[in-house]
Design a protein around this ligand. Structure first.
Ligand code: BG6
Length: 483
């Protein structure tokens, strides 16, 4: 029996700042990612308030997708993709974020890109903001902290949605919007950098760019409003467009059945995973978050219209990234592991990746069931994959570890569908190797296609198919039956 719908959106996911490069071409303005250098799991990425063009910055050339998108999309088509998730870089459309008129060259570039996908019947799924706010928004408006940024974002979103309404039917507003509750999300997600760092002259580790919780929560509130207004706008433009939220779901297990650990797990899960989804799917702040605000002495600045904006701009589907799970506990004498956005207590039943992320395919089935029970709207796994070091042997890459990771996760999606969950699609991160968002490394590779580029910025950008390429092609061809 074929478990997945014949319309299941198989494909891959990429982000402009991690793949495009061409940082100063086509009229693009600078983005917040253009100011961070490469790091590693052990060495944090450095933020440089002034770009030193003699040094290597991963986003500046990334994997040169801007010039090679035809080749890359042809490779995705060869694997049989039905969907490609990409992001538009706001700064290619409004170079400073607040320009009076859009940059035609930027619109033309994305127009060509989407046409190229449609040529192969690949459905574009477009993220409006994936970690690359225009630098002008960061410096003039303090990212999303100023309410004015809501209007600027909505204007940008309306511009591209109107322009591409005939080419793009699926949209996501903010990538991993829940990242804003974490300290590390201040930079990537909310565009918040304290004045002293912005005006400084020496590089600062990204991990040291601290911003208060109060500011992060205020900026996040503005993102929720911006997202809800965009949902409304998109539906006005065309009621058939489908707009989703995008949450990084870092599923939490209690480390023990100690009731204290259970409560700790529930609290973490609510704040980190469920809060943003609840606001965007249900259109209202959940009561547990109001209590947490009181506990933390947080007071949101709101306007009388905010409640209506949120309730009228709920999303059509729930998209999320899933790489791993973590354990929560009140104990502080337990072994810790790394993770996407944040680490947690080590789960003795799971193996970790080379970057210390716990690999948990069954956790994906559990998460899909949990989300379906909670929201009952279509779900989509828009990121999942294994960051690993690949060796090129005689021009070939034998990435059986990656195949194993995908095989096990896709099996669990099928089981979740049999459990009754409505899963619309699956886009693996990232079909072609791209720059790691967390570490800025190239050697942390996710692709079915290898890119000849190293962590110092050397390499020809040549593309090589890995073993996983043929495996994923077969998986899609058989609609997930042959894994
Ligand atoms: C997600 C992001 O958090 O994880 C992607 O949306 C990112 O941008 C992906 O690339 C994998 O994380 P990393 O740090 O290994 O690139």
């Amino acid at each position: 029996m074929n478990r997945l719908s014949e319309f299941f959106l198989w494909g891959g996911a990429m982000a402009a700042n991690q793949c495009e490069g061409a940082w100063k071409e086509g009229g693009k303005g600078l983005t917040i990612q253009d100011f961070v250098r490469g790091g590693s799991a052990a060495e944090p990425r450095m933020f440089t308030p002034v770009i030193d063009e003699t040094l290597y910055y991963p986003s500046h050339e990334a994997v040169d997708f801007y010039h090679r998108y035809q080749e890359d999309i042809a490779l995705c088509a060869e694997m049989g993709f039905r969907c490609l998730r990409m992001s538009i870089s706001w700064a290619r459309i409004f170079p400073n974020g607040d320009d009076e008129t859009p940059n035609q060259e930027g619109l033309d570039f994305y127009g060509r890109l989407f046409e190229e996908c449609l040529k192969y019947k690949i459905e574009p799924l477009v993220t409006l903001s994936h970690f690359d706010l225009p630098w002008g928004i960061v410096t003039k408006y303090n990212g999303f902290l100023e309410r004015k940024t809501i209007d600027l974002f909505v204007r940008y979103a309306e511009t591209v949605i109107r322009c591409f309404r005939d080419k793009v039917r699926y949209w996501l507003t903010f990538n991993e919007i829940n990242f804003g509750v974490l300290q590390m999300g201040a930079y990537n997600s909310l565009g918040l950098i304290e004045e002293k760092f912005l005006k400084g002259s020496s590089p600062v580790p990204k991990t040291k760019l601290e911003v208060s919780l109060a500011k992060r929560i205020q900026a996040l509130h503005h993102q929720f409003l911006a997202s809800a207004l965009v949902v409304q706008k998109a539906h006005e433009i065309d009621p058939d467009l489908k707009i989703g939220c995008m949450i990084s779901h870092i599923t939490q297990y209690p480390l023990t059945c100690d009731p204290e650990d259970m409560l700790e797990t529930q609290k973490k899960d609510r704040i980190l995973n469920k809060f943003a989804g609840d606001v965007m799917v249900r259109g209202v702040y959940p009561t547990y978050i109001r209590s947490w605000f009181e506990e933390e002495n947080l007071c949101l600045e709101t306007q009388p219209e905010d409640a209506d904006i949120l309730s009228q701009g709920t999303v059509d589907f729930y998209a999320f990234s899933y790489y791993m799970t973590n354990c929560s506990t009140v104990r502080n004498d337990v072994e810790q592991v790394n993770g996407n956005l944040m680490g947690g207590a080590k789960n003795p039943y799971l193996q970790t990746s080379e970057w210390g992320w716990q690999i948990d395919p069954k956790g994906l089935r559990y998460t899909l069931n949990q989300l379906w029970d909670r929201y009952e709207i279509p779900l989509m796994v828009v990121e999942n994959g294994l960051g690993a070091i690949d060796e090129v042997e005689d021009g070939e890459i034998h990435d059986s570890y990656r195949i194993d990771y995908f095989r096990k996760h896709i099996k669990e999606i099928k089981r979740a569908v049999l459990d009754g969950v409505n899963v619309m699609g699956y886009t693996a991160w990232s079909p072609v190797d791209s720059v790691s968002a967390g570490t800025g490394e190239m050697c942390k590779r996710y692709g079915f296609v290898y890119v000849d580029r190293n962590d110092n910025g050397a390499g020809s950008f040549a593309r090589i198919k890995k073993d996983s390429f043929a495996w994923y092609k077969r998986c899609i061809e058989t609609n997930g039956e042959v894994l």
